[in-house]
Design a protein around this ligand. Structure first.
Ligand code: NAD
Length: 397
């Protein structure tokens, strides 16, 4: 199916729902893509940002140049002067807002996880496909140059058939018991804890790099059972979600894997880590050394055998948008490595969205990828509950 490009409407007129943490990264990205790409057609017009807290929306509007702010998300999804809806609210609100946006003919970029369960995610994916509009889920890390390069190496056949994927996304900030019981610790708005919050990213990377999941065998743990209430810090309420989840994976292509997601593990500041181990070589990456990629080639002479560290520069996919001068040499040796970070990762993710808006080609990752992630999260929860291997149900779509 050919999707409807946004070609004839310039610039991209966008409305955003949710003026929290993500508003900063999204606004920063949308404001800068035109300059980074030097493409006048990649310009965003920030029409309106809304949040249930009027003051947050107003503050972010002033800070990033949104023309208007408000409190009602329908003033974004139903405004004829807006073509694109950007959703960055707690996970349980994504479905209703997305469905209304598609019903009103908008392109949608939605934060991960797509929803709190695979049933609502399936409905969202169906409506997204039926709409003929561009739909993207912001699994930010896919576009990161080291990860895009990993995909390129795998597709080149250099490491051969993949045997094993070892992946985790681990943080330690929620080991602080004084962090209050905000929405991420509640089952209703979040769906899952560390598994849905950071685990969604590593699940997406496992699918992106290795392939579709067949089945999982998981355990889920909670370390801190109660937290102070947000509104009344002297009182405590029950945490309803996991602090740490780990799972064994069987992929459909015969590879095996492990994934871990945790946010209360001392020492892990923001470790998005994977090792992809193939029959002829291996690739390793950690976000804590995000400008490096480690590559092992079994065909290296034995006296030089070992992982090599590749520093990211303009030769790696996506990195050419940033801070690396083109020195004009022809040998390929003149590559510098000034470094990139979290903001650049979001800009790259939004630039993929721009590519789809311009071309009408399906975004990667799109709502079907978002659905698959929710289906895997559901299977992990069932497996942990039953203490047994669980097949991942993949809806036909
Ligand atoms: N891609 C990534 O790497 C990444 C990183 C962090 C968060 N996220 C995702 O982004 C989403 C938002 O996370 P966050 O960290 O910005 O959360 P946050 O709590 O900082 O912000 C959420 C905002 O949404 C507002 N809100 C809640 N319900 C609303 C509604 N119905 N209408 C309008 N506004 C509403 C809240 O008042 C709050 O300001 C989540 O889905 C989260 O999983 C993704």
């Amino acid at each position: 199916m050919t999707l409807v490009a946004n070609k004839n409407k310039k610039p991209f007129r966008v409305g955003m729902v949710g003026a929290g943490f993500m508003a900063k990264l999204h606004s920063l990205s949308m404001n800068n893509i035109v300059g980074l790409t030097n493409d006048p057609d990649a310009k965003f017009d920030l029409i309106r940002i809304v949040d249930i807290h009027a003051a947050s929306a107003k503050k972010e509007a002033k800070r990033w140049g949104w023309k208007e702010s408000g409190t009602d998300w329908k003033t974004v999804t139903r405004d004829a002067s807006i073509d694109i809806v950007d959703i960055a609210t707690p996970n349980d609100s994504h479905c209703e807002i997305c469905l209304d946006a598609f019903a009103n003919g908008k392109h949608v970029i939605c934060e991960k996880p797509l929803s709190t369960d695979s049933k609502t995610a399936e409905l969202m994916a169906r409506k997204a496909v039926e709409s003929g509009k561009i739909h993207m889920v912001n699994f930010t890390y896919r576009a990161w140059p080291a990860i895009a390069q990993t995909k390129k190496i795998i597709e080149s056949g250099a490491i051969g058939q993949i045997r094993h994927f070892e992946g985790h996304f681990l943080q330690d900030h929620n080991n602080d018991p004084t962090i209050p019981l905000h929405w991420r610790f509640q089952k209703g708005p979040a769906g899952a804890g560390a598994l849905g919050d950071v685990g969604a990213h590593i699940i997406d990377l496992a699918r992106f790099l290795v392939g579709e999941f067949d089945s999982v065998s998981a355990t889920m743990q909670r370390f801190i059972d109660e937290r102070p209430l947000v509104e009344e810090r002297t009182k405590k309420g029950a945490v309803e979600v996991d602090d740490f989840t780990s799972a064994l994976i069987k992929f459909q292509n015969g590879a095996t894997g492990t994934i871990k997601a945790g946010w209360a593990l001392p020492g892990y500041k923001n470790d998005v880590f994977f090792a992809v181990i193939g029959e002829k070589g291996s690739i390793r990456f950690s976000w804590e050394r995000s400008n490096e990629l480690q590559y092992f080639d079994s065909s290296d002479p034995s006296d030089l055998s070992g992982y090599r560290t590749i520093l990211l520069g303009r030769v790696h996919p996506g990195a050419e948008l940033f801070w690396f001068p083109d020195l004009g040499g022809e040998s390929g040796m003149g590559v510098t490595a000034q470094g990139m970070g979290y903001g650049e990762a979001f800009a790259l993710s939004f630039n993929h969205f721009v590519d789809s808006l311009k071309s009408g080609k399906s975004a990667s990752p799109n709502f079907i990828d978002g659905l698959r992630c929710c289906e895997i999260i559901d299977a992990i929860k069932i497996s942990a509950e039953k203490e047994a291997w669980q097949k991942v149900h993949l809806a036909k779509i």
